[in-house]
Write a protein that binds this ligand. Sequence first.
Ligand SMILES: [Zn+2]
Length: 798
Amino acid sequence: MLNIFKAICICALISNVAVSAKTFIVSPNKMTIQIPVKSNSSVLVAAKELQKHLQLITGVQVPVSNRKAQAGKYAFYVGIAPSDDKRHLQIEEARYRVTPQGVWLYGQDRFANKKRKTALEQVVDNRYAYVGTMFAVYNFLDRELKVRWPAPGDNNIICPKQNPLRLKVVAFDWIPKLKVRRLWSVNYSNWFYRRNIIKDKSIPKEFKFNPKQQKQKLLEEKLWQRRMRMGQSIVPNHRHAFVRWWDKYSKSHPEFFALNSQGERKPLRANGDNARVCMCVSNPDFQQEIVKQWLIRRKKNPYWNQMLNICENDCGKYCRCPECKKLDVVKKGEPFGKHMTDRYIAFANSVLKIARKHVPDVKVCMFAYQSYRFPPRKTRIDKDIVFSYVPKLWDSEKELDDLYKGWRKMGAEKMLLRTNGLHIDIGLPMGFEKTIFRNYKVGVKNNILGVAYDAIHGYWPSSGIVTYILARGIYAPEKSFEYWEQEYYDTYGKASPYIKKYYRYWRNNIWEKRIYPNRLKIVKAGFGFMRGGLYRSRGKYYSDADFDKTDAILQKASACKLKPEIRKRVNELILANEHARKLYHVMKAGTQYNTVDFSCVKKLHDFRLKNRDKVQFNWGRLMHIENRARLASAISFDNSVPVKRFANRWFFQIDPKNVGLKEHWEKFSYQRIKATWDRINVLTCWEHAFTHPDLMKLLKKYDGIGWYAQSITISEKVKGKKLYIRFGAVDESCWVYVNGKEVGKHLFKKSDDWKTPFKIRIDQEINWKVRKITVVVRVEDKAGAGGIWKPVWLVTDK
Ligand SMILES: [Zn+2]
């Protein structure tokens, strides 16, 4: 990498530098970027990045060349060390030196995986690539030219313009303090995108990227990570280790698997749980087999298998065999499965002992997670266990600190912070950046080796502040939250004070006063997940006044005199706040089962369509999560547009002898129905729908047939469109008739059918001269609650 010829010339120049010359000026037209004749991917990308940024700063495109620099040029030597620097480069190390004779930017580069096609694809692979040269360039841009990258993408590069360039004489070496620096970027990875975005039919096609766009987004986000100097110097291997063991060993070695509460060595549930089966960790043959398989894998891929992975599967149904139970340290009266750490430490210690016979300096990787996230009570920890520690976002600072100290006391030396804290994001501004950072700092204080955060969400204008401040903290762990916070605000130039006010508003009011004090309640409502609890809270922690106030702050920001690139970002923030208000309204409306008014859903959906490209949101991810939370917006995502809501009150007739079909009740005139049937409210099952004592008695535990009827008039405006009746849910099966003719049915086949929305097309039966239709629904319920129990809508296709 070192170009000796150039380096020698440079050395001669350096000796002439006057030491007193602290700052100097360079004309951009004289600048050149020099790279070695043979350059690796890190150098190639670093040179391109330097060129791009210098052009943004000076307005001049500086040529990149691998030939000798012409006389009179001022060179940026990328991937080339000055000849007098003979020091060994450590893994990931990055250095730069600035003098009036030139700038040297160089570092430790290495690529363990040569399969990636382009230079860019190679350098963003932070498992297999060390990119010290790129880090040198980014350190230089960051520290000397004050370049900031508040979000992925070249349109988010913020840098002070200058021409000529003013530089100061300086040298800077950087070796990352944290050996693992990862904010997972999975949003646009093939496996994630296919499984969660492409396959989710309720996400409209307008919000799905084609493979080319998806790849570009992926590379953009991953390049941003490098700009923020994410990477890893060591290669820990923390993944659930035994997910394929059931398929491989269940027949030959059933004794490898946990004895479950039914007294069997197999997964508790038959389908889909095989990857989540727990192991019988006390079994010595199982331990031997783990080491044997690791040694085989290690031969094939020594880089990735430097450490031995023994992370238990994601299950929580721990082995109940006597030998395993012997390893537990149980407090009096404590139920089984509450505290499993001692067992898992004993397991790791035993595996280490076996593995050391083959590889003396072996390290074993395990999680400190769920029931084994608490420090062991008695079992000492071998120094060569590398923990991936999974605390909870809602642990207090003191609780967290105590946990770390407890682990240290029992011998844990190598701990990585692996957290799911970012997963509380629901796309609304929330103000959780300081709590995330505080938890990170507790780890730093307790000497963590590194961090792995699951995961970047990509809602940049609402929670980009969280990701940014965290990434900056990971780059330089010694600096405070407030330091990076201010840096983030300053990326908004003259609007900085207002942006600070804006984000502080959410933090001081929503997070500190409303959400955080209620965190345990929210977690409980979400069945252990804070995000789920926040969706269920139905916007309770927000109000329209919050959006009015924050809008007013942003209007003041917008009134400042701003550079175009900053104006663009302020406008984006205004739009994002408008989006947040609309999303809040939908959250308030509830899930798709509770919603009574879908106009807010349509407003949100239209807003998203209109501003899709103006607001940097990962729409696919957001909508996927919303759909899973059954947020009301799902209705417009199944390609329906609400036209009219059926009244909640229907006419109802019980049919215990099932004679309705024979007597053709579906053909009854509406007059006759009105005169003879009872009234029922469809927002609950028929067991609970009546207040009349006789009917209550009759239907209290009724399973069988019931008939519903209602008449509605359809607007002329939707003539010519495909029209459907959309049922929020019917428990269990139903047949639908319009004007006496069957138009469709929904039969209870799968376990969720009683609560799943469905729609049935009806426009073929409408007489447009009359426009009034009678809808009759025959419902059959075989067990438990029954009937139409969610709102019914007339909808069209888009
Ligand atoms: Zn066991």
